[in-house]
Design a protein around this ligand. Structure first.
Ligand code: ADP
Ligand code: MG
Length: 597
């Protein structure tokens, strides 16, 4: 074959391969363009994991009608004019190739109106060629719709994962940019359903809360933005997790340099090192850190996807990050509490009384008498209050239903009924506990808090090789860290195959393979949920599957353990699906029912 210059469309397709790996890469490039255009509102909508449609609409300054066709060409950019500009890049884009690359491998529609122009323009493209063009009335800004991604590059198309997996990748991109740009309102919808929206108020913590949920946001420490003392010209701000919150891998350490998300092993290590002895072995912190550096000290032109950068003084940046995290950990000033856990003093009194009662005689040896004695005491004291105080006992606050910190009083197990409910006694009467709902709650909090000791694992005698097929394996890969937190010791082992080494200890005698398959299947069902919402669903599902069922007879020791663990929960009164775990009948209620008052 003789040497020839490739036709433009072939060259475009080759170049596109570097920039557009999957729908999420398209989302990334389009969002970056919107941010560069000064948008304050960016809406991302997808269908079929972004394969059928991926649309980004913004309210930025738009593209002048006369330049729209040019914007779609390779090496066409408004952000860079000379090689010298490359030394000082303050925008996210600069290579001028994203729109060209994306439109080369899709059917694209660009609708835009430049702020200063009265009408907009619509361009339709198929594989880089403009197939239609017209003037159109539209608000200022840009809307870019990418349909049928990779329709003309079947090899690429084959490598895409399931819609759910691709949707998950896109959601991660959206939430990441939302974190980096708290003044911009981001929204993300899949199959017409809104699944994420950032407040856009400029409040970083509010955005963290939206992305990670209240549980995690509450355990994040602020990192102050004035690292100037450490490294002049570099500031590091953001949030890092309290040492009690950690994950099984590094993927929750998110780094941004001048608002650009970057991957940098060195800086990731700087964060981990700042925690050195504070975390259990093999566990990693969560972090969202924003470094601001003079653009001339950063080279962003390293990688076509612009995910890596080089620093002129890497060790200085390393130190700045490490010290900023260190300072945050030392200050240990948690973000304003969303909930606090403070047992009332009368509960402490009851707790010690219960302790002595439990020691004095095992409840099962003499359950009736003990319970009766306690009830009598309770009744007497309540009737006493009613007689001497102005307080009406029926209006007295109910310690379970109205205690505003939401915690439970210490409970003493009395027994089990219908192999489904526990009967217990507390400082203010009788309690009925749904054993399945209670156990679901306990597991949920253990997993969410990712406390390694709490989520006990049970090693399999021999690692089990499980073939899931690429479809399910993709889902498992995406949620690997949540699964690991839940007690599955799991490792990718070739295409579609996983090696299972350990399972959650409380899984009992269930078939591990079936459990894993079920988990993967129901993840697929939850395809349109994203990010934290999806992980939460996964955890809830695992809890439901693993919790003690109704019909299971519990020994006295098991009943005691269940109640103690429920007491230790932060939100013990409902199961993760919101159903009650516990019902309360006060001594006064009972007295009323029996016609004693
Ligand atoms: P780059 O971002 O590297 O300049 P792109 O191919 O992504 O290259 O975009 C080409 C040009 O099109 C940009 O420089 C910008 O002028 C214009 N552009 C792209 N997207 C938008 C948008 N959403 N709003 C306004 N202008 C845009
Ligand atoms: Mg761009």
């Amino acid at each position: 074959m003789s040497i020839r210059v490739l036709p433009a469309d072939v060259a475009d397709k080759i170049a596109a391969g570097e920039v557009v790996e999957r729908p999420a890469s398209v989302a990334k490039e389009l969002i970056e363009n919107s941010l560069d255009a000064g948008a304050t509102d960016i809406r991302v909508a997808i269908r079929s994991g972004g394969k059928r449609l991926l649309r980004v609409i913004d309210n930025g300054r738009g593209i002048p009608a006369a330049e729209a066709a040019l914007a779609l060409q390779r090496h066409a950019t408004s952000k860079l004019y000379s090689a010298a500009d490359l030394e000082q890049i303050a925008t996210l884009g600069f290579r001028g190739e994203a729109l060209a690359a994306i439109s080369a491998v899709s059917k694209a529609t660009l609708v835009t109106r430049y702020t200063d122009e009265p009408v907009g323009i619509e361009l339709k493209l198929e594989g880089s060629s403009i197939v239609a063009q017209r003037a159109i009335g539209t608000p200022p800004g840009a809307s870019i719709s990418i349909e049928h991604l990779f329709w003309n590059t079947p090899a690429r198309l084959k490598f895409l994962r399931t819609d759910a997996t691709e949707a998950g990748h896109i959601s991660r991109i959206v939430t990441r940019y939302a974190l980096a740009n708290p003044t911009v309102r981001f929204s993300y919808s899949s199959e017409g359903r809104l699944s994420f929206q950032s407040p856009g108020t400029g409040d970083h913590l509010q955005t963290v809360l939206k992305v990670y949920g209240a549980e995690i946001a509450r355990q994040m420490l602020p990192v102050a933005g004035d690292a100037d003392r450490v490294a002049p010209g570099i500031t590091v701000s953001g949030f890092v997790s309290e040492p009690s919150l950690h994950r099984a891998n590094r993927s929750y350490i998110e780094l941004f340099v001048n608002n650009r998300y970057i991957q940098d092993r060195n800086l990731t290590f700087a964060v981990i090192q700042a925690y050195h002895t504070l975390l259990p072995k093999g566990r990693y912190p969560l972090a969202i850190l924003f470094a601001k550096i003079d653009p001339s000290l950063v080279d962003v032109n390293v990688h076509p996807a612009k995910a890596e950068v080089r620093f002129r003084e890497a060790s200085l940046v390393f130190r700045a990050v490490q010290r900023a995290v260190h300072r945050a950990l030392n200050a240990q000033a948690p973000i304003p509490p969303i909930q606090t856990h403070r047992p009332a003093s009368d509960r402490q009194a009851w707790a010690s009384r219960r302790q002595s009662l439990l020691q004095a005689g095992e409840p099962e040896s003499d359950p009736g008498q003990l319970a009766m004695a306690l009830f009598r005491q309770e009744l007497e004291s309540e009737q006493h209050t009613a007689l001497v105080g102005s307080e009406n006992p029926t209006d007295a606050p109910d310690p379970v239903i109205s205690s505003n910190d939401g915690t439970l009083p210490p409970l003493r197990p009395v027994g089990q009924i219908a192999a489904a409910y526990l009967v217990a006694e507390g400082p203010a009467g009788l309690y009925l506990i749904d054993q399945h709902a209670a156990h679901e709650r306990i597991l949920y909090e253990q997993i969410v808090h990712a406390d390694q000791e709490a989520v006990a694992t049970q090693q399999l005698l021999q690692p089990l090789s499980i073939e899931l097929g690429t479809h399910l394996a993709g889902l498992i890969a995406e949620h690997l860290s949540t699964l690991q937190q839940s007690g599955f010791e799991l490792e990718a082992f070739g295409s579609g195959t996983y090696l299972l080494r350990a399972v959650p200890a409380f899984m009992g005698r269930q078939d591990p393979q079936r459990l894993l398959e079920e988990v993967a299947e129901s993840l697929a069902d939850k395809g349109d949920l994203v990010g934290q919402a999806r992980e939460n669903e996964l955890v809830k599902m695992i809890c439901k599957r693993l919790a003690i069922k109704a019909g299971q007879v519990l020994s006295a020791a098991e009943q005691r353990a269940l109640l103690q663990q429920l007491e230790a929960c932060e939100n013990p009164r409902t199961c993760p699906h919101g159903r009650p775990t516990i019902l309360h009948f006060s001594a006064t209620d009972l007295a009323h029912q029996f016609g004693r008052t």
